[in-house]
Design a binder for this molecule. Sequence first.
Ligand SMILES: *Cc1c(COP(=O)(O)O)cnc(C)c1O
Length: 214
Amino acid sequence: MLAVSKTFEPAAVRQAHAAGQTAFGENYVQEGIEKIAALADMLPREAIEWHCIGPLQSNKTRVVATHFDWVQSVDRLKIAQRLSEQRPGGLAPLNICLQLNVDGGANKSGVAPAELPALADAVAALPGLRLRGLMSIPEPSPDFGAQKALFLRVRDAYEDLRARGHALDTLSMGMSDDLEAAVAAGATMVRVGRAVFGHRALKDAGAAGPTAAA
Ligand SMILES: *Cc1c(COP(=O)(O)O)cnc(C)c1O
């Protein structure tokens, strides 16, 4: 499980870490960097794993490549190239998931299914990165069967890449409201915010839906 700590204070991360959680996700680069710095005083860097899961602009790639362990939201080669070039030499390659736009929402982040194989081949060849798998955020649906059907399409794309020779081990899908369907469809990582930390302030209402139960 990836505990999504966006909008929550460093103290909440420390509490979750004390309970045994070691992997945390942040959407907003600036907020994530500040939280990583705030916690660095208290926790050794290797005790905690930080995942960038939000949209990434070119001008933020350097700080992300420096401070995060994973980026799950890569959907363009240009961003991947910058992350690879900017990953500091002393660190292990940055772990990457490609974000798949599985249901084709026009203004959604993520690579289109038809463009996924070429992007995966190109990203896998970059020396500063290690391609680990796919991440997806399908359209929310109240229906378990509909949720699972979309997650199965992500799983199919993942298995296709493996069949093409990519050594992937991470299928990141499912959030607080649909994680059961994602697990049923083969998720290896669920990204859970509200079901761990409780309600977020309205700041994030657009991303997650203000009325969903925590
Ligand atoms: C906010 C967020 C989550 C967690 O959502 P919850 O509904 O709080 O569980 C997971 N993944 C991404 C990409 C997010 O932005």
